[in-house]
Design a protein around this ligand. Structure first.
Ligand code: AMP
Length: 153
């Protein structure tokens, strides 16, 4: 009986580890297994600072539902994600006054659909090839807190 119990426990643990290993890095962030600088959240979407920002306030918006390619989301999910991203963008703009907030989709590095939101002063601010900003953990936290505060208004 004890052996059977141990076998079942081991199987469940293995399944659970396999599940965690199979999760994308963004799903691990959403699950709180990896830290992030949270900017906004609702029941379906999560927004957090990009750790390699091209501008201060560079934010990623992701669906909690794990899908690789953004255009594999259903029409409804994509529409809802865009509306969520709009409200995050408006919060970014209030927190960090800029000419506009740019929106980009790449998804070549992380296989979990996401939208980049970037405060823009000029076209070059959308250049993903330029050297990334080096912001301290303290500045990153303050940046996320400012956006979250504006988003929550
Ligand atoms: P791409 O898939 O080409 O849109 O790029 C993925 C983006 O995710 C890059 O800009 C990375 O800096 C960002 N990124 C990767 N891992 C993390 C993380 N743990 N926290 C925040 N941003 C991340």
């Amino acid at each position: 009986m004890r052996q059977l119990y141990n076998l079942i426990t081991l199987k469940l643990k293995t399944q659970s580890y396999k599940h965690i290993a199979a999760m994308t890095i963004f799903s691990k962030i959403i699950a709180g297994e990896i830290p992030s600088y949270k900017c906004a959240e609702n029941d379906k979407f999560y927004a957090f600072l990009d750790i390699n920002p091209v501008a201060q306030g560079h934010t990623l918006v992701v669906p909690k539902h794990e899908v690789d390619y953004i255009f594999d989301l259903s029409d409804e999910e994509l529409a809802e994600m865009t509306v969520f991203a709009k409200h995050v963008a408006l919060a970014i703009q209030r927190a960090f006054p800029c000419r506009k907030v740019g929106m980009a989709v790449l998804g070549l590095d992380v296989n979990h659909a996401h939208i980049h939101l970037i405060p823009l002063q000029s076209e070059g601010d959308m250049d993903f090839r330029k050297p990334k900003l080096q912001l301290s953990a303290e500045v990153m936290q303050q940046t996320a807190d400012k956006i979250l505060k504006e988003f929550s208004k």
